[in-house]
Write a protein that binds this ligand. Structure first.
Ligand SMILES: Nc1ncnc2c1ncn2[C@@H]1O[C@H](COP(=O)(O)OP(=O)(O)OP(=O)(O)O)[C@@H](O)[C@H]1O
Length: 546
């Protein structure tokens, strides 16, 4: 039965959703004169009365975050034995509703949504809260593409005595991480898996593990086997691989996922801008859609990670990419999708990263190569049109030995810490190629190698690519080029060499539109076998807009 007034303050307008724990109502907050969503807090297994303490925990978990990608809880109201949660009203559809309607989403759409949700969850993790029930049904997507994670109902805040002993199995089995399926407790890494599984479901049209009548059978599958390789993930595939790493210790952190997914989404945006400039007619149609697009959703989503640009090395491993998205028919599709719910997130026509005549040649080439795929990190084929986002041929031009700095000291000997700020190029200085960079003090050291690398990119990605180890190169060349195509320069500073051939460096990226992003990264170097070094891994430690 529909209530009229909840808590003496929230006037019920209409039902807006039905969840496992009851109806969600659109209400008018008569005090603040604003719309809110109100949901009755239900019972979890083992409970006999509504748990207002749990509701309060959810309220605290999300209210403390105050993040644009987290649904805020405003209030908890107890009335006649019922507990009501008053939330920010998000006119939206859930990701699961979108999937029911569309079957599956494109990698570009999914990257834009995933990047935002990862931002919200990364903020939760930084605040010590694990969501524990990340799934498509808890991801709300607004008409303008903004995505929010809601339903922190079973969130656990580290150190919360009321929850630290809980052994309740909660959450949705399809999105359970392997460590949960084998009885371990959930932690932030389990949220990363669950988000990866949700994005997998979004791009594939089905969860990573097939539905079974018995939930225990699903858990058994998760515990025993890797997911089926995705078939439609395109540029998203490396990121999915890192998020669905069965080992929680090597799985991406949520911050890594946010960065990686933003890189994919932003590379799409950059291509959209170029496309709009190169094809004004298509752009006009796309402007309402594409241009607002991934950009509005992804860039706008992230105050913290806007345009994060780490990894010259492509920490982003997988993510760094988006070498070019969409199908050759994308311009029309984007324009035509103008009235669609996610019109802004449609992929744009594939094109190569450099503007000018190469654009037309590349588009023509795309028409020819259509659905060819040259990429399969999860050992999967890929028959989706979006798969044309993936590299078709690797670059034949990299000349590793001629582009790398000269020899370095023993790979096993830790080097002293040094600051390399002074010899780095400034943002306004076009990047130099490795061969033209003056050898810094301590020529051959890891620090000089890194200086050389960041003097090489973004101007010469052939040479930059040749300075990466196999793990970094697993992102794919197109992804790598796509990442660097969005930046005009990068300046390294404060290089700190660490034990184990690791280093930390601060990178100041200048985007093509003049925006600046500053990141602190940890890089893992490996010897190249010729006395030099390769960057084989990188992790973003912090990021801010300059
Ligand atoms: N803050 C909100 N603003 C607008 N609509 C919402 C909001 N929260 C939930 N909804 C809508 O209400 C529906 C039900 O939400 P609810 O959180 O109860 O569902 P659920 O996550 O499927 O259920 P469960 O509680 O079993 O996890 C959602 O699918 C969504 O459409």
């Amino acid at each position: 039965m529909q209530p009229d007034l909840i808590g003496g303050r929230y006037r019920v307008e209409r039902a807006i959703g039905q969840g496992g724990m009851g109806t969600v109502w659109l209400c008018r907050d008569t005090t603040l004169e604003r719309d809110v969503a109100v949901k009755q807090v239900g019972l979890l297994p083992g409970e006999s009365v509504p748990d207002s303490a749990r509701a309060l925990r959810e309220a605290r978990s999300s209210a403390a975050l105050g993040h644009r990608n987290v649904v805020t809880v405003f209030d908890i109201v107890e009335e006649q034995g019922a507990v009501w949660m008053v939330m920010e009203y998000v006119p939206s559809r859930t990701l699961s509703e979108l999937l029911k309607e569309k079957g599956r989403l494109t990698p570009a759409e999914v990257a834009a949504i995933g990047a935002q949700v990862a931002d919200g969850l990364a903020a939760a993790h930084a605040a010590g809260t694990t969501h524990r029930d990340v799934k498509p049904g808890n991801i709300l997507v607004r008409e303008d593409g903004v995505a929010k994670i809601g339903d922190f109902g079973i969130a656990r805040t580290s150190g919360d005595p009321a929850l630290t002993s809980a052994s309740l199995v909660t959450g949705t089995p399809h999105y359970f991480a392997p460590e949960l399926a084998t009885g371990s407790d959930s932690g932030p890494a389990s949220d990363v898996w669950a988000l990866g599984a949700s994005l997998y479901a979004a791009v594939e049209g089905r969860p990573p593990y097939r539905a079974q009548t018995n939930p225990m059978a699903v858990l058994h599958e998760i515990a025993q086997h890797p997911p089926d390789p995705p078939q439609h993930a395109g540029v998203l595939e490396p990121a999915l691989k890192r998020m669905l790493d069965r080992d929680p210790r090597s799985r991406w952190s949520m911050t890594d996922a946010a960065h990686g997914l933003h890189r994919i989404a932003e590379a799409q945006t950059e291509r959209t801008r170029e496309q709009t400039a190169a094809f004004p007619a298509a752009g006009a149609a796309g402007a309402a859609g594409v241009a607002g697009a991934v950009g509005a959703a992804a860039a706008g989503s992230s105050d913290d990670h806007a345009a994060s640009g780490a990894g010259g090395a492509g920490a982003a491993g997988g993510a760094g990419s988006a070498g070019g998205a969409g199908s050759a028919g994308g311009a029309g599709a984007a324009g035509g999708a103008g009235a669609d719910h996610l019109r802004g997130l449609e992929p744009e026509p594939r094109r190569r990263r450099r503007p000018g005549p190469a654009l037309l040649a590349a588009l023509a080439l795309l028409l020819l190569i259509g659905g060819l795929v040259g990429f399969s990190l999860l050992d999967g084929g890929n028959d989706d049109p979006a798969a044309s986002e993936q590299p078709v041929t690797p670059s034949p031009t990299a000349k590793k030995s001629s582009k790398k700095p000269s020899p370095s000291p023993s790979s096993s000997a830790p080097e002293p810490t040094q600051d390399a700020t002074t010899s780095a190029p400034t943002p306004s200085t076009p990047a130099k190629t490795a061969t033209s960079a003056p050898p810094p003090a301590g020529n051959g050291s890891q620090a000089s190698f890194l200086q050389d690398y960041y003097a090489t990119v973004p101007a010469d990605t052939d040479a930059g690519w040749a300075m990466l180890g196999p793990d970094e190169q697993s992102v794919g060349r197109d992804s790598y080029d796509g990442f660097w195509a969005t930046y005009q320069s990068v300046r390294p500073s404060d290089i700190q060499l660490l034990d184990g051939n690791a280093a930390e460096v601060t990178l100041t990226y200048t985007q093509n539109d003049g925006g600046v992003v500053v990141e602190r990264q940890r890089l893992q170097l490996i010897p190249d076998g010729e006395g030099g070094w390769l960057i084989n891994d990188d992790t973003v430690l912090s990021s801010r807009s300059g």
